[in-house]
Ligand binder design. Structure first.
Ligand SMILES: Cc1cc2nc3c(=O)[nH]c(=O)nc-3n(C[C@H](O)[C@H](O)[C@H](O)COP(=O)(O)OP(=O)(O)OC[C@H]3O[C@@H](n4cnc5c(N)ncnc54)[C@H](O)[C@@H]3O)c2cc1C
Length: 437
C-alpha cells in the first residue's frame, strides 16, 4: 500500500530512480518513497558499460565494490575493420587519475539488482506495481495520483520514469533534439507509412541482442576489449558479458548490436549470422556461430534533452533524472552512466535543500532555486555534450556504401595512429574529462 504523504516521491525504479533513492538515504534524507509501474525483474538489460566517473560516484553511495567484483574490466574500446584495429580508446591510460582505469562490463539488470539490494539494506523497498497517472500542484507540494486511485502528497517529485516521462510531460518541460528542436519521442511511424518510408524519415532501427556463441571465437573478441567491427553491412558490436547468474554451465553471454535488416521487422538468427560473417570475413571454420538468441530487440536512435531538469509546480519541486531528462545514441555506452550521475547529484541537492529547512521561507526558497539551477545547468551541459559526441560516433560508425566506408575506415585509422587521440577518446568516454561531473 502507498503512503498518504512523503518528503520525496521517486517515480520509476530503473537505474536512475534507484540511484537517486540510495543517494538521498546516504545523504540523510528520511521519509522517501520509490514506485515503479512494472513488477520486479521485467525491464530488459540494455546498458552494458559503467565508466570510471560513474563507478567513482557509485562508490560514494556504497555500491561500487559489488559491481566491480561482478563485472569484467575492459581496458580498451576498439573500432576495427574486420580484425584490423583502426582506433583504440585506451582506458588503462586513466590509471594515474582514477582507481577504475577500465570500462566495467556488467548487464543493466545486474546493476539494477545491486542498487536495489543496497536500497533494501538502507531500509527502503520499491513499491510495485504502481503507475503514476497524473499530478497537480498544491500549496505545500504536489499531489500524485496512481492508476489504483491512491494519492500521495509530496514535497519533492522526482521523474525517473524514462524517455517517455509522464512527469516531464505534465510538468510542461519541453524535450527536444538540439539540432531539430523537435521532440523525437513524438515522432513515430505514421499510419499507412511503409517501413522504408518510416526508416527514411526517422532513421534506420538498430538491433540489440544477447546471444550465446559457438564455433571459433577470434582473439579480437575478448573481455578486455569492447570491440565494434565496421563491415559492409554496417557496424557490429560484439562484446562478452558475465554468464547469466542462473546458468549452471556458466556460458559467456555476448552482447551484439548492428543495424536492423532493411525492410524487415523481425530479428532473426540468420540475419545476425550474416552480419557477423560480413564483419569478420573469415573462413567458415574460424567464424563465431550464433548458438541461440537469449533476447533481442529493435530500437531507433533518438537524441533530446529537457529544457530544464527542474521546475516548480504549485508549492512543490519537480525534478528529472536519467532518460526522462535526456536520450541519445547508445554509441559509447553513455546513457545509463549519465542517468546514474544525475540521480546521485539530485540526491545530494535535495539533501542540501532539506538541511536548510530552518531558514526563513524566502531564504529557503532562494537557496533551493540556486541549488537546483546549479544541478540542472551542470547536468544539462553534460547531456548536450554527450549528445554531440554520440551523434559523431553514430555517424562515424554507420556510413554505408563502399567508397564512404573506405574513406571512413581511413579516417579512423589515421586518427587512431596517435596515442593522444586514443587517450583523449578514453577520457571523453570515461566521464572524467570534466572533473566535477
Ligand atoms: C537498446 C538500448 C541500448 C542501450 N545501451 C546502453 C549502453 O550500452 N550503455 C548505457 O549507458 N546506456 C544504454 N542505454 C540507455 C540506458 O538503458 C538508459 O539510459 C537507462 O535505462 C535509463 O535509466 P532510467 O532509470 O532513466 O530509465 P528506465 O531504465 O527507462 O526506467 C524507467 C522506469 O520508470 C518506470 N515508469 C515509467 N513510467 C512510469 C509511471 N507512470 N509510473 C511508475 N513508473 C513508471 C518504468 O517501469 C521503468 O522501470 C541503452 C538504451 C537502449 C534503448
Amino acid at each position: 500500500m502507498l503512503p498518504k504523504s512523503t518528503n520525496v516521491l521517486i517515480v520509476g525504479a530503473g537505474p536512475a530512480g534507484l540511484a537517486c533513492a540510495v543517494s538521498l538515504l546516504v545523504n540523510g534524507v528520511k521519509d522517501i518513497t520509490i514506485v515503479d509501474a512494472q513488477p520486479a525483474g521485467v525491464n530488459s538489460s540494455r546498458a552494458i558499460v559503467i565508466h570510471a566517473r560513474t563507478i567513482e560516484e557509485l562508490e560514494s553511495i556504497g555500491v561500487a565494490e559489488r559491481l566491480v567484483t561482478r563485472g569484467l574490466h575492459a581496458g580498451y574500446m576498439t573500432v576495427r575493420a574486420q580484425t584490423k584495429t583502426l582506433v583504440r580508446a585506451d582506458f588503462t591510460s586513466l590509471q594515474p587519475y582514477s582507481q577504475y582505469p577500465y570500462a566495467l562490463l556488467v548487464s543493466q539488470t545486474e546493476t539494477e539488482q545491486i542498487l536495489e539490494q543496497r536500497l533494501n539494506a538502507l531500509g527502503v523497498s520499491v513499491l510495485r506495481p504502481y503507475r503514476a497517472v497524473s499530478f497537480e500542484g498544491t500549496n505545500e507540494g504536489t499531489s500524485v495520483t496512481f492508476e489504483s486511485g491512491e494519492v500521495i502528497k509530496t514535497r519533492f517529485l522526482v521523474g525517473a520514469d524514462g524517455a517517455r516521462s509522464l512527469i516531464r510531460k505534465i510538468a510542461g518541460i519541453p524535450f527536444r533534439d538540439p539540432s531539430t528542436q523537435k521532440n523525437p519521442m513524438e515522432e513515430e511511424p505514421k499510419e499507412g507509412e511503409s517501413l522504408q518510408e518510416a526508416n527514411a524519415r526517422l532513421g534506420r532501427p538498430l538491433v540489440i541482442a544477447d546471444v550465446h556463441l559457438a564455433g571459433h571465437i577470434p582473439d579480437c573478441i575478448n573481455s578486455t576489449d569492447l570491440a565494434t567491427f565496421l563491415g559492409p553491412l554496417g557496424f557490429l558490436l560484439l562484446v562478452p558479458l558475465p554468464a547469466l547468474a542462473d546458468d549452471p554451465h556458466g556460458r559467456t553471454v555476448y552482447r551484439l548490436s548492428c543495424p536492423a535488416e532493411p525492410g524487415k521487422r523481425e530479428v532473426t538468427k540468420e540475419r545476425l549470422q550474416t552480419v557477423i560473417n560480413a564483419a569478420f570475413g573469415l573462413p567458415k571454420d574460424e567464424m563465431p556461430i550464433i548458438d541461440n538468441i537469449i533476447w533481442a530487440s529493435r530500437f531507433r536512435v533518438r537524441s533530446a534533452t529537457a529544457d530544464t531538469f527542474w521546475t516548480r509546480v504549485g508549492g512543490g519541486i519537480v525534478a528529472l533524472v536519467g532518460d526522462a531528462a535526456h536520450v541519445h545514441s547508445p554509441a559509447g555506452g553513455q546513457g545509463m552512466n549519465l542517468g546514474i550521475r544525475d540521480a546521485i547529484g539530485l540526491g545530494e541537492a535535495i539533501a542540501d535543500i532539506m538541511s536548510k529547512d530552518r531558514l526563513a521561507i524566502f531564504a529557503k526558497k532562494e537557496y533551493a532555486t540556486q541549488r537546483l539551477d546549479k544541478f540542472s545547468n551542470e547536468r544539462r551541459a553534460m547531456a548536450l555534450r554527450v549528445i554531440k559526441m554520440t551523434k559523431v560516433l553514430t555517424w562515424a560508425t554507420g556510413l554505408e556504401g563502399d567508397n564512404a566506408r573506405l574513406a571512413r575506415d581511413w579516417v579512423w585509422w589515421f586518427m587512431g595512429r596517435t596515442t593522444f587521440v586514443n587517450n583523449q577518446l578514453a577520457w571523453s568516454l570515461s566521464g572524467l574529462k570534466i572533473g566535477v561531473y
